[in-house]
Every structure is written in C-alpha cells, then in structure tokens.
Design a protein around this ligand. Structure first.
Ligand SMILES: *Cc1c(COP(=O)(O)O)cnc(C)c1O
Length: 498
C-alpha cells in the first residue's frame, strides 16, 4: 500500500498545474478542458518513464541463452533475424527492476477504469511493459482489454465437477476477437513510424478472418490505409463485412489463402506496405497483457492451469511471456501450467508433443469449424515449444464433434462461445477426465472470439445439419400452428420434461 500512496503523490504537482490551466481557460468547454488535462497528464507521465526501453532480438537468443549482439530498434521495419529466424521484443528488464513487484501491481491496479489516455485500455495500462517508448499521442486504442473473467460455475460443476473454473472472454472486444489486443500495439507503432516520416503507405494482410477485421478497424481509426487480400468466392459474408465496412481496400483474387499470402509478400517487396502477419512480434506484446490481466483479476494469485486454443501459435507464447514477466518482476512467484488446445483437423503441435518433441512435421490442415486455427504449418512453432517446455505445458486436441458439443454445452450453461473456445473446453474435459487436472484446481479457459462471429456453425449444429455428427445437445425451435390448443400442447409436454 505504501507504494500505491507514493505513486499517487507523484501525480499531485501535475494535478495542481492542470487546475491552474483549467482556471485560465474559461472560454473552453468543460469537455475540452478535461481532454487537455488528460493529455497533459499522460505526456508528463510519459517523460517521467522515458528510461524504459525495448528492442527486437532473435528469439533463439532467449530460448537457448545464446549470446549475440544482433538487435534492432522497434523503429526499424524488420520481420526476421539475420539467420531467418523469429524475432522477439526484449524489454530492458534491469530498468523495470528498479521498481519492485508491489509498485507494478499498484500501478496497474490504479489504472483499471482510468479515463487518463491511454491507460483505460487493458493493454496500455501496462504501457511500460508493452511499448515503453511510444508517445501516448501516437497510440491508436479502442480501450481493448479489461475483458470479463467469467466464473463458469454451472458448467464447471455440471460437466467437470470443478468449482474454480473461469473463462477469460478475450473476444468481448472492439472487433470481437483477442486480435485487438495485439493490433492496437502494431497500428500504434505504424502510426509512430508514419509520423517519423518513414515511407509506409499502408498496412496489408492476407488474413480472411479476425486479423483483417481488427487491422481494418484500427487503421480506419488512425486514417492509415489498410489493404486486405482475399481469395475470391471462398469467404463468407460474415468474414468479409468487417474490413469492407471499415473502409479497407479489399482486393479479391482468384486463388486460395496461400496464393494471397504469396502475392502480398511479393507486393511488399516492391511497395512500402507494412505486414501485420504473425511473424511480427509486436502484436504479441499486446496479447501478453491478457495474462497479466488474469493475475490482476485474481488479486495477483496464480491459477493452476491456463488453456489456450492455438493455430499459428503466437498467442500461447504471448500468455507465457505475460506470466513470466510478472514472475521476473516480482508480482507473483510462479507461472501457471499451460495447455495448448488444437483442432484434430489441424494438429501439428499436438503430434509434435506426442512424439516427445522430436522432429517437427507440418501437416495438411483440413476443414474445421474452428476456422481461425486451421493452420498446418504454424509460423510461431518455435515460440510455442519454448513456452510449453518452460511452463510444464501439455498439448491436447479435439475432434469436430467434441469441439461442437463442448461449445453447445457451454452455451447451454449461460455462455455464448466460439468454436475455438469449444476446442479449449473439450481439451479441458479430456485432461480433467484423465485426472491430471483435479477437481479443486483453479483453471482458466481462454476464449478467443465472440460467439456472435460464428453463428453459422451454431445454426448448423442446432438444426442437426452437420454430416456425421449426432449434435446431441441440439436445441432446435419447435414449429407450432398459430392455435391456442397447439401451443398449450407443446408447452405442457416441454414443462413435463423439465
Ligand atoms: C487467431 C485466432 C486464434 C489462434 O491464435 P494463434 O496465435 O494463431 O495460435 C484462435 N482463435 C481465434 C478466434 C483467433 O482469431
């Protein structure tokens, strides 16, 4: 508590300065005065914390303790290390360690619900650990994060005999998926680079789902052109509508997803377009704040297990990194055990884990309702393996029937989750049944997208229209004639059942 008080005292001089300013600005409206004060405060705070810094380093310098002098400023446009490997954002931990765990916990807690730009965002409330050097003016935020940690009391008790089960709803967010947590960081950095007159004409991606939705929303908010390459006639309206509505330049190409990816790579070799794809480690800095937020929501107690659905495998690493940073900086004393959950139709990490981490083999992913994780050759495989080895982690898989049943069960217990969350929930059911997760373990399932983005899969399930699937928890509507007797008949039948 002493640290919290100390922290508030630091603000006092700014607050009185703001007051003087407000007194003289009598012509301005109350709203714009408040806005000025808020910006002023944020800027002063920024200059007080300027000694924190971060840079890109090759991921393998972290995972193997291999020393190299290779590093890049975050203001450089670079996606891979010299040897072609992944990069990671490395923070100046010595500078951060000048403050103890209690300081950071109090600081982050004091910013929850704060209206001071940009700290009301769950990502930017941890700005010093995310992008410490960016000017708050350059940040593009939709106040993402601070998402609901739902106590899945009924689901836990009825399905699993657990009373301490929680679902972290990362998809209750601006564009309906956790991708917003990373995109606010990436687009903010692009905004900064453009203001520094770096020659970036825009940001382009070949994703069809949540990444393009998030990218186009944040770019539109900052007036940065965004370009989305889509395979013609292979995309549903629901996936198309967000980038179209947000004014992205949508290019429809007569090829598949891989073809789009190849083309956008070729285009970026010729034109200064920034790539927000999964190679880019900036997004993971924002995504890792969801892990910090979970600890914060448990009053800094560490859960026993955290289960994350994985496709390109950046997010599982981001969660590890968030937990690990909290441990290294003294906020908590351990990291939770991690589970990465994959669809059986796109399970290269699961097979790699089952083989005892021997040679990694990409697979040919086949169609899954969990469409955002239908990836056979994940970009962040090295990140995921590193995270799982260091968090005593395990990998589990779910068939189409298992994931759809788990999703339907969760929904019938008061949630409304996406199929990816269904994958994570069925992984939990299996691990719980095997006895590895006991009935009293505090467990968090990460929900990655809003269920409303995936209504077609729920409609198919509840109308029992899915081939080779029983759809045992389907709850189709009952068709009745517009007649009092007929309505009473079906109601009394239904009430007898209950
Ligand atoms: C992107 C995405 C994932 C997969 O995250 P990775 O970092 O690629 O493993 C899972 N669920 C949803 C809804 C997504 O949009």
């Amino acid at each position: 508590m002493a640290h919290g008080l100390h922290h508030r005292h630091q603000y006092l001089p700014f607050e009185s300065a703001d007051k003087n300013k407000a007194d003289t600005a009598s012509a301005a409206s109350l709203t714009s005065q408040n806005h000025l004060n808020v910006l002023d405060k944020a800027q002063r705070h920024h200059s007080a914390t300027h000694n924190f810094s971060a840079k890109y380093v090759p991921l393998d310098t972290i995972s193997t303790n291999f020393t190299t002098t290779e590093s890049y400023s975050l203001d450089e446009i670079v996606y891979r290390s010299r040897s072609g490997g992944l990069l990671d954002v490395q923070h100046d931990m010595e500078a951060l360690k000048q403050f103890d765990g209690q300081y950071w916990k109090s600081l982050f807690d004091s910013r929850v619900g704060n209206i001071t730009w940009p700290y009301g965002s769950g990502v930017w409330s941890k700005k010093e650990w995310v992008l410490p050097e960016i000017n708050s003016d350059d940040i593009v935020s939709a106040f993402e994060g601070n998402s609901n940690l739902f106590w899945a009391e009924r689901f836990g008790q009825q399905v699993l005999g657990m009373h301490d089960l929680w679902v972290k709803h990362c998809g209750i967010s601006h564009t309906g998926s956790f991708k917003d947590l990373g995109m606010t960081v990436l687009v903010s950095q692009v905004n900064r680079l453009r203001k520094m007159n770096r020659p970036l004409v825009g940001v382009g991606c070949a994703s069809t789902g949540d990444t393009s939705a998030s990218l186009s929303a944040y770019c539109a908010a900052a007036n940065i052109p965004s370009i989305v390459f889509l395979p013609a006639n292979k995309i549903s309206m629901a996936q198309l509508v967000q980038p179209i509505a947000n004014g992205a330049f949508v290019v429809s190409i007569d090829t598949n997803f891989d073809g789009c990816m190849k083309l956008i790579r070729e285009v970026t070799a010729e034109l200064p377009i920034y790539l927000p794809h999964s190679l880019n480690s900036l997004r993971l800095e924002g995504q890792k704040t969801a892990a910090i937020e979970i600890l914060q929501q448990f009053d800094w107690q560490v859960p026993d297990w955290v289960i994350v659905p994985g496709g390109n495998l950046g997010n599982i690493y981001a969660f590890y990194k968030g937990f690990k940073m909290c441990q290294e900086l003294g906020c908590v004393d351990r990291v939770p055990r991690l589970v990465c959950a994959q669809a059986a139709n796109a399970n290269p990490l699961y097979l790699h884990y089952k083989s005892g981490w021997s040679e990694f083999q990409p697979v040919k992913a086949t169609s899954t309702f969990a469409s955002a994780i239908q990836i056979g050759d994940p970009v962040s495989i090295d990140r995921a393996v590193f995270a799982l080895k260091n968090a005593n982690g395990i990998v589990e898989e779910a068939t189409e029937e298992e994931l759809m049943d788990a999703m339907a069960l969760a929904d019938s217990n008061g949630m409304f989750v996406c199929p990816h969350t269904g994958v994570a929930l069925s992984a939990l059911i299996k691990i719980r049944n095997s006895g590895i997760i006991g009935p009293t373990y505090r467990t968090v399932v990460v929900s990655t997208a809003h269920g409303l983005k995936f209504t077609q899969s729920k409609i198919d399930y509840h109308s029992k229209k899915i081939e080779d699937m029983t759809c045992q928890f389907a709850n189709p509507p009952v068709q009745v004639k517009p007649d009092f007797g007929a309505v009473m008949d079906v109601l009394s039948k239904c009430l007898k059942k209950a």
